[in-house]
Design a protein around this ligand. Structure first.
Ligand SMILES: [Zn+2]
Ligand SMILES: [Zn+2]
Length: 150
C-alpha cells in the first residue's frame, strides 16, 4: 500500500476548511487516551504528523478542547470538525487529524499510544504499540525513521 506523494489535500466535513500538506508525513498514529476519545467523540484519535512548514490551512478555525497544557486544538468554525492540533513542545510539527485527508485510507496508524486506556473492543492494526507514550524523543525519532523507510 504505497503512500501518495505530496501534495496531499483534505477538508473538514463542510469544506470551509481546506488543508494542504506539501511535505511527506512524519508519522501516523492512533491515540487511545481519554482526552482524545472525548475530543474526537470516538474510540481513539487518528493523527498524521506533518512538518509545520509543509502544512497550510485555509478557512476559519476556532480553538476547542481544554486550551491548557500547551496543546492547541483547531476545529472548523462552521461545522466544528476537529482538523488539527499544535503542541507547544513540538513546535515544528502539526498533528493533522488523518480523517480530514482525502486519502485517509492510505495513512493507517503506524503506532498506537496510550493503549493502557484503550476501550477493550477498539483494536488498531498498528506496527508499534505503547501502553503510554514513547518515553523519549529518541524513541519517537526512531519511529519516524522507520515510518519514512516504509
Ligand atoms: Zn467545516
Ligand atoms: Zn490522546
Amino acid at each position: 500500500m504505497a503512500r501518495p506523494k505530496p501534495p496531499l489535500t483534505g477538508a473538514c466535513l463542510c469544506g470551509a476548511v481546506q488543508v494542504t500538506v506539501t511535505a511527506p508525513p512524519l508519522l501516523t498514529l492512533a491515540c487511545h487516551c481519554g482526552g482524545c476519545k472525548k475530543l474526537t467523540a470516538s474510540a481513539f484519535s487518528l493523527t498524521t504528523m506533518v512538518p509545520k512548514d509543509g502544512f497550510a490551512c485555509t478557512g476559519d478555525v476556532i480553538k476547542g478542547g481544554l486550551q491548557q497544557g500547551g496543546r492547541h486544538h483547531y476545529f472548523c468554525k462552521s461545522c466544528l470538525n476537529f482538523v488539527f492540533s499544535e503542541i507547544e513542545e513540538a513546535e515544528f510539527r502539526v498533528n493533522l487529524r488523518t480523517s480530514v485527508l482525502d486519502d485517509a485510507a492510505l495513512f493507517p496508524p503506524f503506532v498506537e499510544v496510550m493503549v493502557d486506556q484503550k476501550l477493550p473492543w477498539a483494536n488498531v492494526q498498528a506496527q508499534h504499540s505503547f501502553g503510554a507514550l514513547p518515553d523519549s524523543l529518541e524513541v519517537l525519532q526512531s519511529l519516524m525513521d522507520a515510518y519514512s523507510k516504509q
